[in-house]
Design a binder for this molecule. Structure first.
Ligand code: FE2
Length: 618
């Protein structure tokens, strides 16, 4: 038996993953345990969890692999500073102490953290090799083209190559500072959202805008070649030498200073979001065509933070040359931990690989789990009153009844998800047919911006009847955006269409009827779809099936189980506290059900405030 522990840390989204004889046994992000979103610290608790899940002591691990090469990354920092010196001194001064303290001495840091008895070999893979490995090795393909896109690793920002059997080869690299991830982050920053977490919001904002700035972007900021490679004009950016993303020249080009966080969103910001999204999609399509010409592969795998751009992914699948696309669910740096471990097992140890036609990611349900007895112990300790259902159909009937009555239900079942999306293990659920659901969930449950859309989950076998997806097309990791099927749309009058396109108050736009499932239909009729099947999702699938039988609707709203700024809940206690601090109506923790107002106490207002204030706005 050979075990490999993969680790990613010290940038953002630290994580650990454990692979035993090629099987992915466990994987988790550190933020879920420390309750600090995007925690970049050494992932001690995630490692502890992975070892426990595999029944291992640290000294029993054969290989420990870190997801990037610290020396090469430091080299980039130094060279970038020298190229821009002396103007980069502020960011250089911020970065160097951290590097000298722990990053350059990674071997020592890791040995110290894993304990004195660690006998395993330490390996360092390349950042984009780790992303590429995380995309190809768990994929359902024996061979596939590979594309990785992110902000930056050591030097690379974009790589493409090919995977076949147990080997990956990266043939071409684009290098820092030419980075699609950093370009997207520059617009994220400029529109008043947080870099490395607000990119998702910018993507969600794009459908409210018109891509009127595309010409300005392609004329001044980025030179895109026919093969999708690109060159950024660094005169408009500040990330090489400063502590911000953009500079005055950029601000002049787009008509003013960056939007202050939380301030009013203007049409200009929406148009900027639409424009950078459109440019991103164009690059995706061009690169896709180029890789296809180079590899002639019908399959494509993707990873790197930019691969979380599910709108671009959906477009590449619909309009690009590939028959099938598989995207690593933990596409950001957390997934690098998993890629690093798989890279050791396949590429370095040369173990044979046979692709699992359903993929080897196990639904990305790779985190810790709890039994109903654990839950009962926690709740009794808190003095909560609850009902335990020993017979699953009764529990599902009761939850269906609540959902169909418009109630919002916290759903905690099985192992926690690995990656940024909730997939039905730690989710908040609602009825998508309700026209109020989107604003109620945004404002009373998640305490977040009212413009943000919600994602649908749909029974896999019904997906093509509700969304423009080919029959059998899966999206089990919520990484593809597809239009809501024409047959489910409600025709908008000319006046309604005008309001949807122009009303300054975005809530007004959302109030317009768009489809029979308005809560999950964006203003451009798009939806970020998760397909749910019984093999991967078990009880969650059976819940949805039950809801479908009772209501005729095979779709639910599925949003992550957290409030704004909070990492997704991990333990029953995290879930219980989130339930009390919000207006959620009911909570399912394995076989246990709590319904607010009947059997569960409310949290005192002061405690509720305290709970919510510990999470910084993201
Ligand atoms: Fe990365």
């Amino acid at each position: 038996m050979t075990t490999v522990l993969g680790i990613s840390a010290f940038y953002h989204d630290s994580a650990a993953a454990l692979v035993r004889d090629g099987e992915i046994v466990a994987a988790a992000q550190e933020e879920r345990f420390t309750r600090r979103k995007h925690d970049a610290g050494f992932p001690s608790q995630a490692i502890d969890y992975c070892l426990k899940a595999a029944g291992l002591e640290p000294e029993q691990v054969d290989y420990v692999c870190f997801y990037e090469k610290p020396l090469r990354k430091f080299e980039r920092l130094l060279e970038t500073y020298l190229a821009f010196a002396p103007s980069g001194f502020a960011s250089f001064r911020m970065a160097v102490p951290l590097w000298l303290k722990e990053r350059l001495w990674m071997s020592r840091t890791m040995r110290r953290a894993l304990g004195a008895n660690l006998k395993s070999s330490l390996i360092f893979t390349d950042h984009h090799e780790s992303h590429a490995a995380s995309a190809f090795f768990p994929s359902p393909f024996d061979e596939a083209a590979i594309l990785t896109l992110d902000g930056v690793g050591e030097w690379s920002t974009t790589t493409f190559g090919h995977g076949s059997g147990n080997k990956i080869t990266l043939a071409q690299h684009l290098q820092f500072p030419h980075s699609l991830g950093l370009l997207y982050s520059a617009f994220t920053y400029y529109c008043g959202f947080r870099v490395n977490s607000g990119e998702y919001k910018l993507m969600g904002l794009a459908p409210y805008g018109r891509p009127t700035y595309c010409d300005a972007i392609t004329k001044h900021l980025i030179d895109i070649k026919p093969d999708g490679s690109f060159w950024l004009n660094t005169e408009y950016f500040n990330y090489c030498q400063g502590l911000t993303m953009t500079n005055d020249r950029f601000h002049r080009l787009f008509g003013g200073p960056p939007r202050a966080p939380e301030s009013n969103l203007e049409q200009r910001h929406m148009d900027l979001a639409a424009s950078i999204q459109s440019v991103t999609e164009d690059i995706f399509l061009r690169i896709g065509r180029h890789i296809f010409e180079q590899t002639r592969s019908r399959n494509l795998v993707l990873a790197g933070g930019v691969a979380l751009n599910c709108v671009a992914n959906g477009k590449l699948l619909r309009e690009g040359p590939f028959d099938s696309i598989w995207i690593q669910p933990a596409a950001g740096d957390a997934g690098g931990a998993l890629g690093a471990a798989l890279f050791v097992w396949y590429q370095l140890l040369n173990n044979p690989r046979r692709a699992n036609p359903h993929d080897s990611q196990k639904g990305s349900l790779l985190g810790p789990r709890w039994t109903s007895s654990d839950v009962e112990r926690v709740l009794s300790g808190q003095g909560a009153q609850y009902s335990t259902y020993n017979h699953e159909p009764e529990l599902l009937d009761r939850v269906t009844e609540l959902l169909a009555a418009g109630k919002i239900v916290g759903w905690f079942s099985g192992p926690m998800e690995f990656g940024p999306r909730s997939l039905g293990a730690r989710s908040i659920l609602g009825d998508p047919r309700s026209s109020e659901m989107q604003s109620v969930m945004n404002l009373r449950i998640k305490f977040r911006e009212s413009f943000r859309p919600f994602a649908p989950c749909v029974l896999a076998e019904e997906a093509h009847n509700w969304f423009d997806l080919a029959p059998g097309q899966e999206s089990p990791y919520m990484l593809l955006v597809a239009p809501v099927a024409q047959s489910r749309r409600i025709h908008a009058s000319a006046e309604e269409a005008r309001v949807m396109a122009e009303a300054p108050d975005l809530r007004e736009r959302l109030r317009m009827p768009r489809s029979t499932i308005p809560a999950v239909t964006h203003v451009d009729y798009s939806a970020r779809v998760e397909t749910v099947d019984e093999r991967r999702h078990g009880r969650f699938y059976r819940l949805m099936k039950n809801f479908y039988r009772k209501t005729g609707c095979p779709v639910l709203v599925n949003t992550s189980f957290n409030v704004r700024g909070e990492p997704i809940v991990c333990t029953p206690n995290d879930a219980y506290r989130c339930f009390l601090a919000t207006d959620m109506d009911a909570l399912v923790l394995e076989d246990v059900l709590l319904v607010k107002g009947t059997v569960a106490p409310a949290m005192a207002e002061s405690e509720r405030e305290r709970h919510l204030q510990q999470f910084q706005l993201d």
